[in-house]
Design a binder for this molecule. Structure first.
Ligand code: HEM
Length: 534
């Protein structure tokens, strides 16, 4: 928009200057006019850049009085490099620990664009509750809309409300139970795959060659969500190299090119970013086309079946058609894409971190096999505690006030889930330590372990993994159930150890800054050994 405005303004200014000097209206055929136009355009662009990179953030913005980190900050690019390469949510978590603040601070991002980080339970609660003031990030919309369509995760306002009302009941506990058989089937298929690898590659100690957890977690969850949401099995466990699977999974590879393309999508028009001559761009386009076709075919087949009263499958799209009367094909494709987008990578990354955490805590692997109901409930919560989505963004829909601070329209607000889940205000002085045993208590009378639902949290909404408020994750029951099935079967049959023991220290694991999920950049590899008797 800014680029178009700049060009139009430069055109008229150059035309006016040219006319004053030459007294002619026929400037379009003259070389001098174009030379003048580019000079004016460049002068405008430099002025605009100076204003937005220096003048506004440093001398004019009402946000400049908020506390902010300054150590190691570039004078023109703020913490842009860190934001580009770093893991989502981690910088805000670190600044929240080191910077004196009242639950709200500012930091400068790429080209000194201002970001507001909100960290205290009260302010985070307000940002998540006031969804008309703090909308879904427009950058996320620009990035994901061409892939996922105008669906619930990306849109705002009345249409968001309508879609949420339509979809949320389909993901309630009662409905998710109907999908259990899908989760079991897929977990067993995965188990067989890993069993094959272990029996083929086991050494004298019984441990297998390195197994890439991300690979299997990504495939089992792609199959799970495609079957449960669309009623179509992508069969990625069976055929990981099929066109649809390899292209689609490639879209989520958190490489530097991924990030570069994402930035281009934010700053440049869609036609331009989509015509970048990179293999990755072509593959992504191909993957989206393939998936769209699958979603469309599935929707039309189901609508036909429904017309004959033959639609009996429990998947979400079938429920939308049969029980909620949705018959618009385009809308069904959008819902399918949103479910695939929201419910695949997130759960896959959750399972990866779950296996990682079990490797760090060998005793838990034994506990879970001991079938203690309370510790089982605790341990399957582990991936959720680790927060597969590190941070969310919101954008102010208009000038608004938060904590007596005026926040201009269009400002991006960041809530670091990583920071919130480990904030002493929420969990006490030992918040930084990963202690899932917070969720367990020994009953004084019976001596049994009892599961404590809120984990002894000091504030009501301390666990932010699925966030809270009017845009909280409607897929949380689905996610927990799928993770439970997959992890319980894996840990039940295998003992896992990390291949790289330096990774026992969580802080040594490089995490990708690309993509939506808080994903290990170089994957997690483990050795697996089959437990006798399982
Ligand atoms: C461990 C796995 C998951 C995690 C950590 C997770 C986390 C989140 C988070 C943090 C949000 C808020 C995003 C934002 O507002 O920017 C969200 C929204 C959402 N999630 Fe999940 N999610 C998970 C799995 C799922 C699954 C399996 C589904 C669907 C089957 C799903 C469907 C959705 C939808 C539709 C929204 C948008 C809700 C709205 O805007 O009203 N999620 N999720």
């Amino acid at each position: 928009m800014k680029l178009a405005g700049l060009t139009i303004a430069s055109f008229f200014v150059s035309a006016a200057i040219y006319h004053v000097h030459s007294r002619s209206f026929f400037f379009l055929g003259h070389f001098q006019f174009y030379a003048l136009f580019w000079c004016v355009w460049l002068a405008h662009a430099a002025g605009l850049l100076f204003y937005s990179v220096i003048l506004w953030p440093k001398y004019l913005s009402p946000l400049r009085r908020l506390p902010e980190p300054t150590e190691g900050r570039s004078w023109w690019n703020g913490y842009g490099q860190r934001a580009f390469f770093g893991a989502k949510g981690e910088p805000v978590a670190q600044w929240n620990r080191s910077l004196r603040n009242d639950g709200i601070f500012r930091y400068l991002d790429v080209l000194n664009i201002e970001r507001v980080a909100v960290t205290s339970p009260e302010l985070v609660g307000q940002v998540l509750a006031r969804i008309q003031d703090f909308e879904q990030s427009h950058n996320l919309f620009r990035l994901a809309m061409p892939i996922l369509g105008p669906g619930i995760v990306l849109i705002n306002g009345e249409e968001h409300k309508r879609q949420r009302k339509l979809l949320a009941p389909l993901l309630a506990t009662k409905e998710i139970r109907k999908l259990d058989s899908i989760f079991w089937d897929k977990s067993l298929e995965l188990l067989q795959k890993v069993t094959d690898v272990v029996s083929k590659t086991a050494s004298a100690t019984g441990f297998s060659e390195p197994i890439c957890v991300d690979h299997y977690a990504g495939h089992v969850t792609l199959d799970g969500i495609s079957k449960a949401a669309l009623g179509v099995d992508f069969e990625s466990l069976k055929n990981p190299d099929s066109a649809i699977v390899s292209n689609y999974r490639g879209v989520f590879e958190p490489t530097a090119i991924f990030r570069f393309i994402a930035v281009c999508k934010i700053f440049f028009p869609r036609w331009l970013s989509e015509s970048i001559p990179l293999q990755r761009v072509k593959e992504a386009k191909r993957a989206i086309e393939l998936i769209h076709n699958v979603c469309r075919t599935s929707a039309t087949t189901k609508m036909r079946l429904n017309a004959n009263k033959d639609l009996t499958t429990p998947d979400l799209i079938s429920c939308l058609i049969r029980d909620r009367g949705v018959t618009d094909e385009e809308e069904l494709v959008t819902h399918s894409m949103q479910m695939l987008g929201a419910g695949h990578e997130t759960v896959g990354v959750g399972i990866t971190w779950g296996v990682y955490e079990f490797c760090r805590q060998a005793q838990w692997q034994k506990d879970i096999r001991a079938e203690d109901a309370a510790s089982k409930r605790l341990h399957v919560r582990v991936p959720a505690l680790l927060a597969p989505v590190g941070q969310i963004g919101r954008m102010t829909a208009h000038d608004t006030v938060l904590h007596d601070q005026l926040i201009p329209k269009g400002t991006t607000i960041h809530v670091s889930i990583r920071s919130f889940n480990r904030n002493p205000v929420n969990w006490g002085a030992d918040a930084g330590e990963f202690k899932p045993e917070r969720w367990l208590r020994r009953d004084e009378v019976t001596g049994d372990l009892v599961y404590v639902p809120n984990g002894g949290a000091l504030t009501k909404q301390a666990l932010m993994t699925f966030i809270h408020g009017g845009r909280d994750c409607i897929g949380r029951v689905f996610a927990r159930s799928e993770m439970l099935h997959v992890l319980a079967t894996l840990i039940g049959r295998f003992e896992f150890v990390l291949t790289d023991l330096s990774y026992m220290d969580e802080t040594t694991i490089p995490v990708s800054g690309a993509g939506f999920a808080y994903k290990p950049r170089d994957n997690i590899h483990v050795h697996a050994r089959q437990i006798s008797g399982w």
